[in-house]
Structure formats: C-alpha cells, structure tokens
Design a protein around this ligand. Structure first.
Ligand code: OTD
Ligand code: ZN
Ligand code: ZN
Length: 367
C-alpha cells in the first residue's frame, strides 16, 4: 500500500537502488516566458537561465514597464551586459501594451528583429501590471497592426473584476475577453501565457494555427492543495494561482502529448525571500535553475520523455517562426538532488522552486 504522507500520495519512501545512468540529449531549450528583472536581481538570476537555455522571451513588467522600442533596446543592452559569456544567450524582447502604445512604434520594433512580441496585461492582473489595459477599444489599432505584420500578442489571461473568484479568472477571461478579441481581430497571433486550466487546454486545442500557449514548470507539478494543505506555502503562490488537481492533469496531458502549439514558458519570476515570506507576499515562482530537472521528471512519469524536446525546444521556435537551436543539452538521471540551494543577490536570497519530490535528472553540460 502506498503510504499517504501529504495532501497527495507520493511514491513510497524506499531505498533508491543505484540507478544505471540514463541520458537524454535534446536540442537546447528556450524559455518562452521569463522574468529577469533589472539591476542586482538581473545579475543574480540571469546566469541560471543562460546555463540551460539559448533564448528567452523577456517579460516587460519592470517598474516602470518596457513600453517603447527605445525602452526595449535599452533593457536588452542591460541584459547582454549582465550575461555571462558573449553571444551565448539571446534575449527576445517584448513591449508592454498600454492604452497609449503607438502602432508605428510597435511595427518599427518588430522590424528591428529584436522585439518578438507585445504583452497584454489586463490592468491589475499580476505583479507590476498597473499600466495594463482597461479599455480594449483603445488598443484596437495596435492589435490590427500586429495582425497585419504577424507579430504575436502574449496574453496574461485573467479578468481582474473583483466579483470573479480568483480560481475562475482564467476561464472567465477566455469567454468574455479572449474569444471576442480574437474574433474581432482575424489573423492576430496570440499566445495564451501560463495556462492553468482544462478550460484553457480545450480552447487552445479548438483554435487555429494563430493560437499557441505556454505552460510553466510549476503548474505542471503542483495544485492548490500543495500550496494550502498542512500550512501555507508562499513559494507556491503565483498568478495565475495554481488550480485543482484535474487542471494540473490536463496540463500534463497536453504538454506530454507533443501537441505542437504548446511550449515551455517557465514564468520564472524571482522575488527576494523576504518579499514572499511576508503578511502580504508577492506572487511569483523562481524556477529557472530546476526547470529542466523538473520537466524530465514530469515527462518520464508520463512515459513521454520522447516528447520533452518538442515541448522545451521545438514547438516554441516553430510558433515564433524561428529556427530551433542547433546546440544540444544532455540530461542525466542519477541519485536525487537535495532541495535546490537559494540564489544569493546583493539584497538577500531568492528561494528556488522545490516541487516537494525528488529530482533525479540534472543537466550534464550546463554553461
Ligand atoms: N505571475 N508573478 C509575476 C509574473 C507572473 O503573471 C505572470 O506572468 C512577477 O513576479 O512578475 C506571477 O506570479
Ligand atoms: Zn502573467
Ligand atoms: Zn510571467
């Protein structure tokens, strides 16, 4: 009988036999949704991504946000200056959509080849989203320009209406905002960012080639019981909030199926430990250092290690119309690693995502 040790049955504790090393070599992955921040935090967390990933879509929710092409170019330079090794990592920049965004500036940014997407945050939906969109009619000219030039819109898909329960905000957004918006702007390419529900999975599967979705590391591994049963775990608190187990299972089924319009976006979002372990803790899970180990575990459990490359390294570039990376990465299975160490910054430590289960896989050839 499997002993129940927590909210969900974990594999029985047992002596782990010395494992024959198993290896898996895949094209080097990219992260299609990443928060790098700025200054001391950027310096501390960027090497964690560069170690395993070739490219990442860089989220623009700085304070103040990255709104114009000029903002994005300046931020890109700061990232490159903080990147260990020259030319090893390519930041793919995004612009934060506001009600004042100029369609011509967006087109020029896209034309530069350095800005790959525009990010839509409904005002107030997540960390640093106060400048987001309230009135969608005001951004219509920008969306039409993006449809014309084939530039993807990355969407934080949650309504912010106070009456809507936090666990329902994604499903309500799909029906009341996303679907009408897509119908009103034919040809607009949309990435449903960090999907968390079976409703989003179904909507994605019904969609055409202009619709893609990212899934985070943590939404593949934890549900709301993990966050709340037996004590509140601030390092599992993020937006969109983790949902019921049946939703997590729908995400795992989709990711491990190899479905081509779904790809990895870690949403790795570092905050100082003190800002999360507080009476009003910040939302965000810092998963970059352990993502590849976590994914190997999830895909192996689903009997789908052969689909890991599609999810982490192939489907994203295909959606963004970029070549897959030529370089490879090798994961090896061995003795489980302990709890991942914290990352130190000038202002204090950042806690790394701990999925609460052993991680047997590690990246052998990290940079
Ligand atoms: N969610 N935290 C953050 C962003 C994301 O919605 C997101 O993309 C953050 O800290 O920037 C979070 O929980
Ligand atoms: Zn978001
Ligand atoms: Zn994010």
């Amino acid at each position: 009988m499997t002993p129940k040790t927590g909210p969900f049955p974990r594999p029985p504790a047992r002596a782990i036999p010395r494992l024959m090393t198993q290896r898996l070599t895949i094209r080097r992955p990219d992260d299609w949704h990443l928060h790098l921040r700025d200054g001391a935090m950027l310096k501390a967390v960027l090497p964690q991504t560069v170690a395993h990933f070739s490219r990442a879509i860089i989220m623009p929710n700085l304070v103040p946000p990255v709104v114009t092409m000029a903002d994005a170019m300046a931020y890109r330079e700061r990232i490159l200056a903080a990147a260990p090794g020259v030319g090893l990592f390519e930041p793919l920049m995004t612009l934060y959509l506001t009600e004042d965004t100029d369609p011509e500036d967006v087109a020029a940014a896209h034309g530069s080849g350095l800005v790959k997407a525009v990010k839509l945050y409904p005002a107030g939906a997540t960390t640093n989203s106060a400048s987001g969109v309230r009135d969608f009619d005001k951004v219509r000219p920008v969306l039409e320009k993006m449809a014309e030039i084939g530039m993807p819109l990355c969407v934080h898909g949650e309504v912010t209406t106070p009456e809507v329960d936090i666990f329902d905000r994604e499903a309500v957004f799909i029906d009341t905002v996303l679907d009408p918006l897509r119908r009103a702007t034919p040809g607009l390419r949309v990435v449903m960012e960090h999907i968390t529900t079976a409703d989003a999975v179904a909507y994605l599967q019904d969609g055409n080639d202009d619709l893609g979705a990212t899934i985070t590391t943590h939404h593949l591994m934890i549900n709301r019981n993990h966050m709340l049963v037996g004590g509140i775990r601030p390092h599992y608190y993020c937006l969109p909030i983790v949902k019921r187990e049946k939703h997590r299972e729908a995400l795992v089924d989709l990711a491990t199926s190899g479905f081509s319009r779904c790809f990895l976006g870690t949403d790795s979002a570092p905050h100082l430990a003190t800002d999360k372990q507080s009476p009003c803790g910040c939302a965000g899970v810092f998963s970059a250092p352990v993502t590849m180990s976590c994914l190997a575990e999830v895909f192996e459990e689903a009997g789908a290690l052969d689909k890991l490359e599609s999810f982490a390294s192939l489907n994203g570039p295909a959606f963004y119309r970029l070549p897959a990376n030529e370089a490879t990465i090798t994961l090896a299975k061995g003795e489980p690693a302990g709890v991942p160490p914290q990352i130190e910054t000038e202002n204090g430590p950042v806690v790394v995502f701990d999925p609460g289960r052993p991680l047997h896989w590690h990246v052998e050839d990290e940079l």
